[in-house]
Design a protein around this ligand. Structure first.
Ligand SMILES: NC(=O)c1ccc[n+]([C@@H]2O[C@H](COP(=O)([O-])OP(=O)(O)OC[C@H]3O[C@@H](n4cnc5c(N)ncnc54)[C@H](O)[C@@H]3O)[C@@H](O)[C@H]2O)c1
Length: 252
């Protein structure tokens, strides 16, 4: 199994905890050299030392995906360090539960900057490198909210995640001729720190046994397994999709 990503260099944004950390761990377990990036230095440094202790190759770099002027420099720094970038996972993100009536311009802009604009400009910077390599796997973490709109999360969040699904398609359409695939993953209700602020975790009406066909909330590892597929050559002929990983919740 280790051969699945042998020799590949993978970057995961927002990998200091939660889904991003699980993705980085899964890619490392399958042989990738992983670059752990986040604004939370402690999270990525702890994960780096854990992975390195286990014999995997990992490097942590503090990287704010919303520091737009710095993105090309940061991507070049990673490229210079490992000599290539094969896999880029746009995972970093924020959420909030603000009502339609209460969302301010500042909240709206912050949400789009971190969740959407960053995805475009990180992908743009790495796209150049992937074109030269004639190889790339872009994976973008969207959300079920990006497909159906926001109820527990805010409308600004769901709009940003809808944009991510659309960007996945634009990079897929433009990257195909260079052997670059670009796909989105849409997690459903996944147990992380982010979820602690959302109503579905505690509302009895959202009991997963009643609302989710598979009868449980998702784990970060559930999402990481889907990313592994899209980051590997098992998905060589898959591009431009939004892969639902939600226990069947979206059918309800
Ligand atoms: N948890 C869920 O139920 C769920 C559902 C659907 C989609 N998602 C998406 O999955 C992704 C990961 O979510 P999570 O649940 O692990 O959240 P989380 O809050 O536990 O982790 C998010 C990570 O992103 C980092 N981050 C935030 N802003 C950043 C920035 N500007 N630059 C770099 N890193 C930054 C944080 O420091 C944190 O380590 C997000 O894009 C989120 O929208 C989560």
């Amino acid at each position: 199994m280790k051969e699945l990503l042998a020799g590949r260099v993978a970057v995961v944004t927002g990998s200091g905890r939660g889904i991003g950390a699980a993705i980085a761990r899964r890619l490392a377990e399958h042989g990738a050299k992983v670059v752990l990036t986040d604004i939370n230095a402690e999270g990525i440094e702890t994960l780096e030392s854990d992975l390195v202790t286990k014999g995997y190759e990992a490097k942590s770099m503090v990287f704010n995906v919303a520091d737009f002027d710095n993105i090309p420099k940061q991507v070049e720094r990673i490229h210079a360090y490992f000599g290539r970038i094969d896999i880029w996972v746009n995972n970093a993100g924020i959420t909030e539960s603000a009502s339609i009536e209460s969302i301010t311009h500042q909240q709206w802009d912050r949400m789009q900057d971190i969740n959407l604009k960053s995805v475009f400009f990180c992908s743009q910077a790495v796209f150049k490198i992937m074109k030269e390599q004639c190889y790339g796997r872009l994976v973008h973490i969207s959300s079920m909210a990006g497909e159906r709109g926001g109820r527990g999360s805010s409308a600004s969040y769901s709009a940003s995640k809808a944009g991510v699904i659309n960007l996945a398609k634009s990079f897929a359409l433009n990257g195909g001729q260079y052997n670059i695939t670009s796909n989105a993953v849409c997690p459903g209700r996944t147990l992380t720190e982010m979820a602690k602020g959302l109503s579905w975790l505690t509302d009895p009406k959202d009991d997963p046994k009643l609302t989710i066909p598979l009868g449980r909330f998702g784990t970060p590892e559930d999402i990481a397994d889907a990313v592994l597929f899209l980051a590997s050559d098992l998905s060589s002929y898959v591009t431009g999709i939004a892969l639902d990983v939600n226990g069947g919740l979206y059918m309800r």
